[in-house]
Design a protein around this ligand. Sequence first.
Ligand SMILES: CC(C)(COP(=O)([O-])OP(=O)([O-])OC[C@H]1O[C@@H](n2cnc3c(N)ncnc32)[C@H](O)[C@@H]1OP(=O)([O-])[O-])[C@@H](O)C(=O)NCCC(=O)NCCSC(=O)C[C@@](C)(O)CC(=O)[O-]
Length: 687
Amino acid sequence: MYGRVAARLWHRKATFSQRVEHLTTSIASELKGIHGSFPAAVKIVEVGPRDGLQNEPGTVPTSVKTKLIDLLSDSGLLVIEATSFVSPKWVPQLADSEQVLQQIRRHPGVRYPVLAPNLKGLERALAAGAQEVAIFPAASEAFSKKNLNCTIDESFKRFGDVAVAAQEAGVPVRGYVSCAVGCPYQGEVAPEAAAQIAGRLLDLGCYEVSMGDTIGVGTPATVTRMFQACEAAVPVSKLAAHLHDTGATGNVATEDVVYLLEAATAQTPKAAGVLCFSSPAHSHSTCQTELWTVDRQQRPSASRLRHSARLAAALNSRPQQQEIPAIRVILLCHGAQAQVYNESIFAFDNSYPVVWWAVSASDRPTLANNAVRLRSDTYDLPLFARSVIVSLASGQRNEVAKSIGYMVNANSTFGGGCPVPPPPEQDLQRFGNAFAAAIVAADNQTALWGTSLEEAATALNTPNVTAARLANISGATVSDTILGALFVAGRTCGPPNALTSSLQSSVVAKYLNGTCFYIGPILDQLLIQNGSTIPSFNETYNSDLALANVTDPYVTAPVLTAYNDCLQGPKSLQNPPSWLYYSFGPTVSIDGPSNPLQTTIAPLLSNSLTSELRNFKADKQLGLSTRFQPPPPPHSDIKMAKSPAHKSVPSPPPKSAKGAALQSPSPPPRGSLLTTAATLDFNGGGR
Ligand SMILES: CC(C)(COP(=O)([O-])OP(=O)([O-])OC[C@H]1O[C@@H](n2cnc3c(N)ncnc32)[C@H](O)[C@@H]1OP(=O)([O-])[O-])[C@@H](O)C(=O)NCCC(=O)NCCSC(=O)C[C@@](C)(O)CC(=O)[O-]
C-alpha cells in the first residue's frame, strides 16, 4: 500500500513552504485520547524554509528565501528551521544555506535551527552563525541508504560526532526520526523500530526528538501506536510530531493548523496566533506571490483558512501587527558622552535591533550600568546582550574582555548601582579574547583587515573557540559578533575619535547589512537649541580627520566618504539621506548625571530618532550595505578572503542511485496526522 501511495505522491508537485501536515479535528480527540486532555500550549516549529524549499522543483532565489524567513519571523513564530547544511550535490535547492543564515533578519527570541548531516555540515552551520542544529536518522534502513547514503548505524556514527561537537560548542541539538511510520521503499515501519531510533537520539543528547511521518502514510491509529511505543524510550515532554498530509495536497498551511489548535483549546499558541490572525496577508501572501513567480507554477495556496470567510472575520476582529522596519541601528558611544544616548535609548522602541558600539574604556561602566537597568526596566538583559557590541581600540583587549564579559553575563554586570560583583578578571579576559577570536574566525571577511582566522585565534590564544559557541554564550548572532572583533583582533584604524568611530560604524553597518544613523547634526541642533555652546560638529570632524592619520586604503575610502557626508551638513528628517550615521561626536561634552542637558536632550533625541526610524522604510536601506565596500587591495600581499557568497557551488553530480533519494524523483509527500506531542513541526513541501 505504501508503495502505491508513495508512487502516486512521488510525482505530485510539492506545494509551497509554510504548509504543514494536515491536521483534522481528530487531532484533538487523539490528543485527548492519549493524555486525557489537550496540551495547554503547542510549540510550533515552522520548517517550511527548509523542508518545504528543499523540495521545490526549482531553486528559490536566496533573497526570496530570506524574505520568507523574515516574514515568518515577523509573524510571531518562535522557531523557524531556516535551512540545511547538507551536501549541495544532494540538495541543490539549499546550496545557499550560508547566505540564507547570514542574511536573515534574526528576531530576538526567535530560534533558527538548521539541519547538519555530518561534521562538515556542522562546521559550515556554525561558521554561518547557526545556534541550533538538527540531526535526522531514519527508522528504515532502506530510507537511510537513500537519504543519507549509509546504514542507520553508520548514520548514528556521523550524527553522534555532530551531536558531540555541537554540544561542545554550546549548540543545542534536536533530533528527527525519518520514516517513523512508513517508508517509501520498505513499507511499514514497526513502532518499536521508530521508538528505538528516538531513544538513541535522546542518548546523543537531543533535547527534543521529532517523529517524522516522512511520506505521509500515517493514520491516527498508526501514529498513535508509534508514539505510544516512543513513550517507553523518550519522555513525552521531549517528543514532537513532524507530519505530512496524506493525499493530493501533501501539506497543510500553517494557519490552518493554528486555526484548528485555536479551536481545539482555549489557549491559543501565541506565536501561531499572531501568524494566523495578525499578519497573514503580510506574511503569507507576499511570500507566496513571489515564490509563485519564481517557480512559474502559479500554484494556488493550499490554505483552507485563507479562503474562508472566517479568516476575514478574524482579521477584522484582531489588531494588525505593527510593521517594523528592518533597520539595524548602529549606536556609537564615544567616551562618556554616551550617557546621553544611553538615556534616550530607554525611551526607544525595542523593535529596533540596536548595536552599541563603544570605542573607549570609559564607555564600559556606562554600558554595564545600562545592562543592569535594562534588566530591571522594560528591557530584558538577554535582549540587550544580543544587541551589544563593544569594541575598543587595539591594545586594550583586556578592556574589551571586561566589557564583553559584563555584557554577556547576566549575573556579572558592574558599575554604579549594580548589585552583582564582576566575575574574576581572568575569566573576563579569557572570555573576551575568545569572543574576539571567534568572531574573527566566523567570517572570511576578516582577511580584509589583514588577519587570518588562524592568526587571530592564535594571537588571542583561543584556537579552539568557535564563533558559534561564543555567539551562543553571548546570545548574539555570529554575524553580529563578527563586528566586535574587526577592530580588536584586526588592525586599528587610528585613535578613537569621532572620525575613526564613524568609520567603525560604517563598517559595522556594512557587516550588519544595516544602517548607521547620523545623529551628530541632530544632536548639535538639539544642544544648541537648549543653550549649549558646543563647537560645531563639522569643525571637530575636520580636526579629527587630521588626528586619525589614516593610511590604510581599506580605511581611507569609507573615511573620506564619511567625511564628505559630514561636510554636507545636517540632514533633514523629512528627507532621510541614504546613508545615515548615528554618532555622538566628541564635541558634545555633557558628562555627569547632574548635567541638565542629559535630561533635556535625551527625550528629544529619542523622539527624533524614533520618528526618523519609523519614517525610514526598510526598502530604502537595501542599497546601503554596499556603500562602503572597500576598494580593491593595492598590494598583492593584502589578501581579501572570498566571501562564501562568492564561492561557486559545484555542479550537481550526475544522477545516481545514491542521489536519487531526495532529488529525483522528488520525495514522496506526506500524510496526516497526529499524536500526542506538544511540538509540531510545520512542514512545507518535500521530504
Ligand atoms: C549525508 C550526505 C552528506 C552523505 O553524502 P555522501 O555523498 O555519502 O558524502 P561523502 O562524505 O562521500 O561526501 C561526498 C561529497 O559531498 C561533500 N559533502 C559531504 N557532506 C557535506 C556537507 N554537509 N556540506 C557540503 N558538502 C558536503 C563532500 O565534501 C564530498 O564532496 P566532493 O569531495 O565530492 O567534492 C548526503 O547524503 C546528504 O547531504 N544527505 C542529506 C539529504 C537530505 O538533506 N535530505 C532531506 C532532509 S531529511 C528530511 O527531510 C526528513 C525530515 C528531517 O524532514 C523528517 C521527515 O520529514 O520525516
